[in-house]
Design a protein around this ligand. Structure first.
Ligand code: BGP
Length: 458
């Protein structure tokens, strides 16, 4: 049927390097800012994560059993270049990803590769301040070029940077610090601009080397609704969506800094270090698809208090309101699948027919094994609802080519370690102990297996 999912639709699943690999300090890998945040207990312990590094064959065998058509993962920059810009790549790191890609290809699973997912090599921060300096553009470009040369013959989908707007607005995620708040925000904005330039150069390089390949950003797409019908709330909600989500799509696809961003910079006394030739760099390097990380809708209302969690003016003076009518998770996270269709329509209106890969979408729970099983009914409900709305979006005419729920297996949540699980596969470890790290497919694994097998016909 014409209105079903296309026959070649890529049913996938998603992870990122520091959240699954472990082996943070072995086989020559350099330390990253994600490793630095590593703290046993509530937070990340990237020395083990879920030890995907030593469970590679087993994990890919599970992907094959699930029937995955694509797998989105990230390459750790510091596993390839331990200091971010070493003269030669680290052979053991190169071999690890080579093996992963070979196993995927052998099992007919399309690799969707993120170049950079929250894990800047610490050495680059020490050398020159990391992304806050323009020197990062050169090093990122060289890193990307190395990956294209190593794996470009087998990889058809590349994602440049995961959730850039988060990195820009929370500079500490890139290892960028400053005691002075205005200076910190300025450094965050510098890093934002440098990431835009670096990506534009890498888009152009990829098109030149592999004209058939698809390359784009993995955008944090947060759909906001205003709390009430006042235009002031609606305006704030739109402005947040522009500055958090559409900015990364606009620059990648239109090749210029949007006017709402220039106005935001001016209002906040932030200045970009624009060099001659930058405009051409942005114009000449564009993405040819979008990766969207979409989880949920949020409701915001204006408040007179600064939100201490977020520094940027983008999110200050608002309060998140829980919609009690929806199914909510422990982490202020609601189930609102129609929001996905709405979000996809908006993107398609803005950039007609642009190919879209859902690079993340998932439901978090606190979970334990129950006689070797995990009955994750809420996750099944979440997946079912979102896949239903995805089909509706495709019928609306949105060009979605792949769906990669977060996450393939349980992994370290950015702020909650193993307490907050998203996986289709349970991993037997918790924050206190690594236990035996054994893998157990959850009920959602079998649900999704059927979806893939039937191309979501039932
Ligand atoms: C996205 C990140 C992922 C992942 C996910 C869930 O922002 O790209 O890396 O962590 O969110 O977030 P959390 O782990 O905070 O629950």
């Amino acid at each position: 049927l014409a209105d079903d999912f296309p026959q070649d639709f890529l049913w996938g699943a998603s992870t990122s390097a520091f959240q699954v690999e472990g082996a943070a300090k072995i086989d020559g890998k350099g330390i990253t800012v994600a490793d630095q945040r590593s703290k046993k207990g509530k937070y990340l312990d990237t020395s083990i994560s879920v030890d995907h590094y030593h469970h590679l064959e087993e994990d890919v065998a599970l992907m094959a059993e699930l029937g995955l058509k694509s797998y989105r993962f990230s390459i750790s920059w510091a596993r390839i270049f331990p200091h971010g810009n070493d003269e030669k790549p680290n052979q053991k790191g190169v071999d690890f990803y080579d093996k992963l890609i070979k196993l995927l290809v052998k099992n007919k699973i399309e690799p969707i590769v993120t170049l950079f997912h929250f894990d800047c090599p610490v050495a680059l921060v020490e050398q020159y301040g990391g992304w806050a300096s323009r020197r990062a553009i050169t090093d990122y470009y060289r890193y990307a070029k190395t990956l294209f040369e190593l794996y470009g013959d087998r990889v058809n989908y590349w994602l440049t940077i995961n959730e850039q707007s988060l990195l820009a607005n929370v500079p500490a995620m890139n290892g960028i610090k400053d005691d002075n708040m205005l200076k910190l925000r300025q450094k965050g904005e510098n890093s934002n601009y440098n990431m835009f330039l670096a990506q534009a150069k890498v888009y152009a390089l990829c098109h030149e080397l592999f004209p058939e390949a698809k390359i784009g950003p993995a955008v944090s797409y947060m759909t906001n609704f205003p709390y009430d019908h006042t235009s002031a709330n609606a305006l704030k909600s739109k402005s947040m969506e522009d500055l958090i989500s559409f900015i990364d799509m606009d620059v990648a696809l239109r090749g210029e800094l949007p006017s709402y961003y220039l106005r935001y910079l001016k209002d906040n006394k932030l200045v970009l270090d624009i060099h001659d030739g930058d405009e051409e760099i942005l114009q000449n390097g564009r993405a040819n698809f979008l990766g969207l990380n979409w989880y949920s809708t949020s409701v915001f209302k204006l408040s007179h208090q600064e939100n201490p969690k977020m520094l940027a003016g983008v999110i200050s003076n608002v309060e998140k309101v829980r919609d009690k009518r929806l199914m909510n998770s422990e982490w202020d996270f609601s189930y609102d699948p129609v929001g996905l269709r709405f979000a996809l329509q908006k993107v398609n209106d803005r950039y007609p027919n642009i190919p879209i890969i859902i690079t993340e979408c998932g439901w978090p729970e606190r979970e334990e094994l129950d006689n070797g099983a995990v009955h994750d009914q809420k996750r099944i409900k979440y997946l079912n609802g979102h896949i239903f709305e995805l089909r509706e979006a495709i019928r609306d005419g949105v060009n979605v080519i792949s769906f990669n729920p977060w996450s393939f297996l349980d992994l370290l949540s950015v702020n909650d370690g193993m307490d907050k699980r998203y996986g289709l596969v349970f991993v037997n470890r918790d924050n206190e102990s690594e236990k035996d790290l054994a893998r157990y497919p959850k009920d959602s694994f079998y649900f999704y297996q059927k979806v893939i097998k039937t191309n979501a016909k039932n």
